[in-house]
Design a protein around this ligand. Structure first.
Ligand SMILES: [Zn+2]
Length: 276
């Protein structure tokens, strides 16, 4: 699911209690968490959330001196992990009523570093949430695959885009050409549309260098850009997001001597020929 759609769901207070915000970089993940928290805690009417001005919006994510008592962020406390002890004491807040807002937001800033015990504590809370006011949990991670399956299966995954630098100037054109082929494929599911879709993704620049990551990241960003502008059935949307994610790992295949065109064709048809 994309952030825009998630914000919309949150505006109507229909958001799943646990959300994984993954992809892009650390700053983007944090700013997405703040944006989502503002929508969840804002006191204005739903269509105006986040207003950016109310006593909740103005303090969520702002510097420590004006912190919001219902917006909690857990940072990694050890060198490479977030300990069970720190996580348990952090989650204790979820058993108390909110101080000011209509709910509480808990952000796990580096969820991929949760130890087994820390993840268990979180799971227990997700399985038996305290009643009354809503509690929202946001798990921030570079890749959702770095999180335990049990956490992933209980959370809504939101992809924020590729972490690698991509070529902004190529994205719109690639996205348009790719989108035309996908629209054609949805109207008439013939393999020729998948070939033209793959060909569209390969039109960017920078492919001469077999080790370059940028053209792959650009192609991935083009798919995400296309998804932002269309309404699609869940299976095809999931398939396109999975394709966008897998393109980021594709440079490894290229190094084995397969051309980028062949790799794109293979990945596009594998993900889209029968989306589930
Ligand atoms: Zn507000």
């Amino acid at each position: 699911m994309r952030l825009e759609a998630v914000l919309e769901t949150a505006r109507d207070d229909r958001l799943y209690p646990s959300v994984i915000l993954y992809g892009s970089n650390l700053d983007r993940r944090r700013s997405a968490a703040v944006e989502l928290a503002r929508v969840l805690l804002c006191e204005r009417s739903p269509e105006l959330r986040p207003c950016g001005e109310c006593r909740h919006c103005s303090r969520v994510g702002s510097p420590a001196e004006s912190f919001h008592p219902d917006f909690h962020v857990l940072e990694r406390d050890l060198r490479t992990s977030t300990s069970a002890g720190a996580t348990k004491s952090f989650l204790k807040n979820a058993y108390a009523a909110p101080f000011e807002a209509r709910g509480q937001v808990f952000v796990l800033a580096e969820a991929e570093t949760l130890t087994g015990g820390a993840a268990d504590a979180l799971l227990k809370l997700l399985e038996e949430p305290p009643e009354s006011s809503p509690r929202h949990f946001m798990l921030l991670a570079g890749s959702r695959l770095d999180l335990l399956t049990t956490l992933r299966s209980r959370s809504l995954a939101v992809y924020l885009g590729p972490a690698d630098a991509f070529d902004e100037s190529d994205v719109a054109a690639l996205s348009e050409a790719f989108g035309r082929s996908i629209d054609g494929f949805l109207a008439n599911p013939s393999a020729i549309h998948l070939l033209t879709a793959a060909e569209a993704l390969g039109r960017g620049s920078g492919w001469e260098d077999p080790r370059a990551r940028k053209p792959w990241a650009t192609a991935s960003a083009a798919i995400v850009h296309y998804l932002e502008g269309v309404t699609l059935d869940a299976p095809i949307r999931r398939a396109l997001l999975a394709l966008a994610e897998e393109l980021l790992d594709a440079p490894l295949m290229r190094v084995r001597g397969i051309t980028h065109g062949r790799i794109l064709e293979g990945l596009v048809s594998r993900h889209l020929a029968s989306p589930t």
